[in-house]
Structures are given as structure tokens and as C-alpha cells.
Design a protein around this ligand. Structure first.
Ligand SMILES: [Zn+2]
Length: 158
């Protein structure tokens, strides 16, 4: 795993990680990144694999609007009315009678819609990468920032 940023004033170039295909036999838990290394695809599989199951999940409407205005990407949403009995022992409602109901509206997103967004995000990340592997980076004698064309100093790599 590695993180590079340019560091020049006014330049926001950064890239998250290298593509690595190293096999690490010491892994204890099944994780995509432990077998195929850390890269945008393994991260997508690890973080979004559960979205493959079609279902509605709670989602922040504000975040959905932000995604749409910044990327033109529409997340499929619905609003669901929810009700739940107020439980005994619920400290905030200690004076309420048992049997009272609290209700609210919840915004939900369809999991496949979120999965499409995650795939798109991974693609944005890949498109932004200049050096795909550490070896490619090491062998690049110039190490120029793809945005501002300044040489990226070694101190900008974590
Ligand atoms: Zn730069």
C-alpha cells in the first residue's frame, strides 16, 4: 500500500495505491487484498461485495444529492415510513406509556445502485493513477506529476 501526492501549491494530484499481484501465503482470513495485493479492484471487492445482494439499505439523502451534483450520478432512492414501539427502559422516553409508537421517515438506496456508484468510483481512481505498479514508479527517472508537471520528491510518498 502506498500513497503519493504532488505537494506543489495549488496541485491536488494524489494516487492511493499501486497495483500489486503479489501472493501472500501468510494470510489468515480470506481477503481479496491478501491474495491479490492492495489495489482499487480488490478494495472494491472487499468493501462493496455485500452490495451484490439486491436490497434497500439506509442512505444519506444529502450525500446522494452531492454525488448527483458533483458526478451526475443518480442513486436510486426511496423513502420509507418506519414505526417502532417505544421500549421500557428507553431513558429518553422513560415517562412515556408502554405501547407508544415512534415513527420517522427513512431514506434508502437500492444496493445495486450503490454498487454501480462504487464501480464508477474505483474507475475514477484507476483513471487518476499515473504509475500502476511500484516497479513502474521506481523505474521512472522523471517522476513528473501528471497535473502540474513538477517532479514529485521522494518525501511525498508514504
Ligand atoms: Zn502536481
Amino acid at each position: 500500500m502506498s500513497y503519493i501526492r504532488c505537494g506543489q501549491r495549488g496541485c491536488d494530484f494524489s494516487q492511493d495505491d499501486w497495483w500489486s499481484l503479489t501472493f501472500k501465503p501468510q494470510w489468515k482470513f480470506w481477503r481479496w487484498s491478501s491474495v491479490f495485493g492492495y489495489n482499487p479492484i480488490t478494495m472494491l471487492l472487499e468493501n462493496s461485495g455485500d452490495l451484490l445482494k439486491p436490497r434497500w439499505v439506509r442512505f444519506d439523502a444529502h450525500f446522494a444529492r452531492q454525488i448527483e451534483s458533483e458526478h451526475g450520478f443518480k442513486i436510486r432512492l426511496r423513502e420509507v415510513h418506519k414505526e417502532e414501539p417505544i421500549q421500557w427502559g428507553d431513558i429518553l422516553n422513560i415517562n412515556e406509556k408502554y405501547g407508544d409508537i415512534r415513527s420517522w421517515n427513512e431514506i434508502q438506496a437500492f444496493s445495486w445502485s450503490l454498487l454501480r456508484w462504487e464501480v464508477y468510483r474505483a474507475w475514477l481512481k484507476i483513471r487518476k493513477m499515473k504509475w500502476y505498479t511500484f516497479k513502474q514508479y521506481k523505474n521512472d527517472p522523471y517522476k513528473l506529476c501528471p497535473r502540474c508537471n513538477h517532479r514529485i520528491p521522494d518525501s511525498m510518498i508514504d
